[in-house]
Write a protein that binds this ligand. Structure first.
Ligand SMILES: [Zn+2]
Length: 206
């Protein structure tokens, strides 16, 4: 289960300061009264930026691992929210997807670039659409686009601002902004209580 590590650090500062050492989770999210052997459970590594480690906790009674993801990082996707937002922004402001990708990720072939870009654009617009449903009051007049949310929030970086503004909804919001587990076949949420201890959490966007 992924949870929010509220911090204003950039990814570089997070790595330089080894900020995962300061992350705290005071009690087990499953057993608020503390009637379990909840304890710190090491860290796992993220690919980017190099040196990033994510702190983990484990509740043996609940068979559940918890990780605290700092606000600068995308959930279940390599890289930061700022990098992701910059890429999606670029597409939103281009005439067509093909125009946009002419300048993006040129180290992979064009169909690959189009797929990479389209998935990120769709993922962000899906997050914003879900958020409008969860928080109709502030966002009722926003279109589900970064440009519209940016205008409304009057911030430079929408996604990082939304980690804080929508903090209580993160478990119901899809990645890469929220921490909702991926859907299993049949429509149930899988991965609610466990996540793999790999180099990164399982990706939903290849
Ligand atoms: Zn517990």
């Amino acid at each position: 289960m992924q949870l929010r590590f509220a911090t204003g650090l950039t990814s570089t500062e997070y790595v330089t300061q080894e900020a995962w050492r300061n992350a705290t989770l005071e009690h087990c999210p499953l057993h608020a009264q503390g009637a379990c052997s909840f304890a710190r459970h090491g860290t796992y590594e993220r690919v980017s930026p190099p040196g990033t480690r994510i702190p983990r906790w484990y509740c043996p009674q609940g068979h559940c691992t918890f990780s605290l993801l700092a606000d600068c990082f995308a959930a279940r996707l390599t890289g930061t929210l700022v990098e992701l937002e910059a890429a999606v922004d670029h597409v939103e402001q281009s005439r067509t997807l093909e125009d946009a990708v002419a300048e993006l990720r040129l180290e992979i072939d064009l169909p690959g670039v189009l797929r990479w870009t389209r998935r990120r654009l769709q993922a962000i617009h899906a997050v914003l659409t879900t958020l409008k449903g969860l928080m109709p009051e502030p966002f009722v007049h926003c279109a589900p686009t970064l440009v519209s949310f940016r205008q409304h929030l009057a911030v430079e970086w929408v996604l990082i601002a939304l980690r804080a503004r929508a903090a209580v909804h993160l478990s119901h919001l899809p990645p890469p902004l929220g921490f909702r587990p991926p859907l299993r076949r049949g429509g149930e949420h899988s991965d609610t209580h466990q996540h793999r201890a790999g180099p990164d959490p399982p990706h939903v966007l290849a």
